[in-house]
Design a protein around this ligand. Structure first.
Ligand code: SAM
Ligand code: SF4
Ligand code: F3S
Length: 484
């Protein structure tokens, strides 16, 4: 290890991967390595990969040239052609790995060989759950085919990248098996973390002054306490966390409509509304209003025919009903969703139904994805009938409808006073960036000598919108909060 001093980590994909990377950093720091500021100066480079779409995988396979250049530069500079050691982990590494096949050393070797053929430049390839073995692997003490027992890597304490905002996975993996999605194969079966572990992590973060806490899960609201005692369900867990006193905000993502039942709707709305009631009565926003009026509820398609083919197990009407019920109770709710365009056999009419639904529910935000066939998923056996060009056109159209809807929703925020969490202060321009209580991006114009710090709550009045985001300025004192 004497030669290895620094590491650099590059993370692709979703928040869950970013959270995993925080655990990888802990493992490496505990080994005595320091984090390098630039990839070029690191002795070990970790690529935490995503395989949700072909484009995400191609980004990793395409690293070949960069790695070759880095190794050549090192061989000339320090006469060591082996550096940097490149490590591939994350969802790509489990991609072709089937949990039902017993893992022998030979299976493991075969699996590594398959990936090695695609990435001959990668020195180490290992699944995220084996990350505790990384120190032995980079020092060459352990050949990677000897890894047999996957350990519970979530017990590793994360090295949080932010000092005020934190992701907490409450589960990993997914049991939903949407026909297009590689995640159940890439991350395996859903494993829920015990409530006491989650609650203690939240308490610890709050005591350290964290302001913005995100509970993560692929289908976060299907969480169940593996210890089979209170808090048993996701709603119970949310209640327990919400009851922890402190000056923080709480969000959860991503929610699956199938698991968004009445109890969750009621609790979510009543908690958010306790804050809103205070607002209507002109009482300043309380430190104990935690749950943000923000929800990411994945729709995927507005057509029942396509939802069925996707194995989503709810109808477009079910989705609208949940949104209607929530919007009726929380008028300022920011709603975002995920949509796939060009799923096999998606007709012009199916797509029209998706557009109509986006208009109807007036989305604040959506992540629109062009369907990408993933080997190993059920939909990869269906003919990919919608051409790439057509998917592009549908993507554009959906984005246009979304932009109009986001602009309309954001306009409704103009004139409102709300709390915002500063994420960045730009002294040169005397501006700051932040997130409002309902999770909207806001650019804040500061008075000439004002100073704010990242992680600080301020009261802002919303003055305008550029369409996707808001602009505003700081209001002094305990201004009443009106995010409705
Ligand atoms: N678990 C979350 C949920 O169900 O909302 C999302 C997880 S997935 C990692 C993020 C998004 O990627 C999905 O919501 C879906 O819209 C998109 N996605 C997944 N598989 C895809 C595929 N094969 N092609 C295109 N988009 C895909
Ligand atoms: Fe994928 Fe569906 Fe699970 Fe989300 S819920 S991760 S889309 S299988
Ligand atoms: Fe990608 Fe894995 Fe997340 S496939 S989107 S990094 S769960």
């Amino acid at each position: 290890m004497s030669k290895l001093k620094t590491f650099y980590i590059k993370t692709y994909g979703c928040q869950m991967n970013h959270s995993d990377s925080e655990r990888v950093v802990t493992v490496l720091i505990e080994t005595g390595l320091k984090e390098a500021e630039r990839m070029e100066s690191a002795d070990v480079i970790i690529f935490n990969t995503c395989s949700v779409r072909q484009s995400a995988e191609d980004r990793i396979f395409g690293l070949k040239k960069n790695i070759r250049e880095l190794k050549t530069a090192n061989s000339l500079r320090i006469m060591d052609y082996r550096l940097p050691i490149t490590v591939i982990t994350g969802c790509l590494c489990k991609r072709s790995w089937d949990d039902s096949i017993p893992k022998t050393a030979e299976d493991e070797r075969k699996y590594i060989r398959t990936l090695k053929r695609r990435m001959p430049w990668a020195d180490i390839i290992l699944q995220i759950k084996d990350i505790q073995k990384l120190p032995e692997l980079i020092t060459g003490k352990l050949p990677y085919h000897t890894i047999k027992q996957p350990s519970n890597y979530l017990v590793i304490k994360p090295t949080y990248r932010s000092e005020f905002s934190a992701f907490i996975p409450i589960s990993t993996g997914c049991d939903e098996f949407c026909t297009y999605c590689i995640v159940p194969k890439a991350r395996g079966k859903q494993i829920d973390r015990p409530a006491k572990v989650i609650i203690s992590e939240v308490k610890d973060l709050i005591s350290k002054g964290y302001k913005d806490i995100f509970l993560l899960g692929q289908s976060v609201n299907s969480w169940k306490n593996p210890e089979n005692k209170y808090p048993k369900t996701f709603t119970d867990l949310l209640k327990e966390i919400d009851s922890i006193e402190g000056n923080y905000w709480l969000s959860f993502l991503s929610s699956h409509p199938k698991h968004f039942g009445k109890k969750l709707i009621e609790y979510f709305a009543s908690s958010v509304n306790a804050g809103l009631k205070a607002i209507r009565n002109n009482v300043p926003h309380s430190e104990n209003d935690h749950i943000r009026p923000y929800l990411n509820l994945a729709l995927q398609s507005g057509s029942d025919r396509i939802l069925k083919k996707m194995n989503r197990r709810y109808s477009a009407k079910d989705f609208v009903e949940i949104v209607k019920s929530l919007r009726g109770k929380i008028p300022g709710l920011k709603l975002s969703t995920d949509i796939i365009v060009g799923f096999p056999r998606e007709t012009a009419n199916d797509f029209k139904e998706t557009l109509e639904l986006i208009r109807k529910v007036e989305l604040d935000m959506a992540y629109i994805n062009k369907y990408s066939s993933r080997t190993g998923t059920a939909s990869s056996l269906m003919e990919d009938t919608v051409s790439w060009g057509k998917k592009g056109q549908r993507d554009k159209k959906a984005n246009k409808v979304l932009e109009d809807s986001a602009r309309k929703r954001n306009k409704e925020n103009i004139g409102m006073t709300t709390r915002a969490l500063i994420t960045k202060f730009n002294k040169k321009e005397q501006t700051a960036s932040g997130k409002t209580f309902n999770f909207k991006d806001i650019r804040i114009k500061l008075s000439p000598k004002a100073v704010v710090a990242a992680g600080e709550f301020v009261n802002v009045v919303v003055k305008s919108t550029s369409g996707w985001s808001l602009s505003g300025s700081i209001v002094k004192g305990n201004a009443p909060q009106m995010h409705i």
